[in-house]
Design a protein around this ligand. Structure first.
Ligand code: CP3
Length: 358
């Protein structure tokens, strides 16, 4: 498939059955899909795509995120190349910290650098949780542009970081070897921890509501750092706040919760109100299905490492995962975490073709 596909081809890619990609995605989100599972990949935009790297020669990451035309272009790139069933807004979880008063940028040697660290009461009090949707109005302008470029044939996913994961980045001041400061606040200063989480919960709720009002088909909440908590602390330190966010949304589409490494109490995770759980590659899908309440879908869970291997290996491992949930109407095919820069395009192509049965 060529990178220079026009919008006609977006509509053509991956169709051929009566149901279009968006309908397939929307039905799987509700555990009502009777055909092959829909497929999209976390971090499908950016990183590995030559067309993204070409655009990055001319614009910084933050500029692309903040400019609706550019963010739309990057969101569409993986759809044009691979024909995924759903597109995910090109942005970052850290726009929330920026909107609350703590800017983010990139270190030259890779990774994220925040403007300062949130390490005490003074910084927490200074964070502004009100008016976040107004300061992120560029996202409200981007989503309808993506929707109209996609047409009716491809799903659209909005997202946010979970308060716990956001707090970890904000307190460490960016990417870190070990994330310890949020944990320390949780154990040693519970009142202050609650104040920070309350603010983040309010900001994320307002931001996701804006995305709902702009017409997304699903929302994903990324709790990439959830797995660093002890099993019994996940709900009070993170899950509780995810639950408050979901409960606070109006007219919400299905919410997908990705709590990486949080693999012990599935009923507790589902009790956040998640319609779909996105799980990492260490999880055995049939056991998960058996443990979940009826009506909760499963997203995942190919090991992203495999996208560095060969198209044949990817095809085999993809088939195994599909077979393990064969007949389950709530499976959305994805990786167990995001695409990395080392992944090979021919492996992604093999994954998508295998899911489509091509
Ligand atoms: O999935 C998608 O393609 C949509 C866009 C998206 C990005 N980041 C774009 C991005 C999403 C959903 C995210 C989520 C995100 N961002 C998470 C949670 C999930 C996860 O992937 O773990 C986290 C923890 C972040 C914070 C973040 N953003 C870090 C730590 C980094 C630097 C390291 C890295 O992974 O590259 C980023 C940068 C980032 N976010 C890039 C992209 C395309 C790479 C920027 C570049 O190199 O051009």
């Amino acid at each position: 498939m060529s990178a220079e596909v026009n919008s006609e081809n977006i509509e053509a890619a991956g169709t051929g059955t009566a149901m279009n990609n968006r309908e397939r995605f929307r039905q799987a989100l509700r555990c009502q899909n009777t055909g092959r599972p829909p497929v999209w990949l976390m971090r499908q935009a950016g990183r590995v795509l030559p067309e993204y790297r070409a655009l990055k020669e001319k614009h910084s990451f933050v500029e692309m995120v903040r400019t609706p035309e550019l963010a739309t272009e990057v969101t569409l790139q993986p759809i044009q190349r691979f024909g995924f069933d759903a597109a995910i807004l090109f942005s970052d979880i850290l726009v929330i910290s920026e909107a609350m008063g703590q800017k983010y940028g990139f270190r030259e040697q890779g990774g994220i650098e925040m403007e300062f660290t949130v390490d005490g009461e003074a910084e927490i009090d200074r964070l502004n949780e009100k008016g976040v949707a107004e300061r992120l109005e560029y996202v409200g302008r981007t989503l309808p542009m993506i929707r109209s470029a996609l047409g009716e044939k491809t799903g659209l996913i909005g997202f946010s970081g979970a308060p716990w994961t956001l707090a970890n980045y904000m307190m460490e001041g960016g990417s870190a070897k070990e994330f310890l400061k949020a944990k320390s606040l949780y154990y040693s200063e519970p009142k202050l921890f609650e104040r920070l989480m309350g603010k983040l919960t309010m900001a994320v709720t307002e931001y996701l509501q804006m995305q709902i009002d702009a017409g997304v088909d699903a929302l994903q909440i990324f709790d990439t750092q959830g797995g660093c908590l002890a099993a019994s602390d996940f709900m009070p330190a993170s899950g509780r706040w995810i639950g408050e966010i979901i409960a606070g949304l109006k007219n919400a589409p299905p919410v997908i919760v990705f709590a990486k490494g949080v693999n012990s109490d599935w009923s507790a995770l589902a009790s956040t109100g998640a319609q779909v759980l996105s799980v990492d590659w260490t999880v055995d899908l049939p056991s998960l299905k058996a443990a979940l309440p009826d009506g909760v879908g499963i997203q995942g869970n190919l090991d992203p490492y495999l996208l560095r291997s060969t198209p044949e290996i990817v095809a085999n491992e993809t088939r195994k995962i599909m077979d393990s949930l064969a007949g389950f109407p709530g499976h959305i095919f994805n990786l167990g975490h995001g695409v990395t820069p080392e992944c090979k395009l021919e492996c992604i192509e093999s994954l998508v073709k295998t899911v489509r049965g091509e």
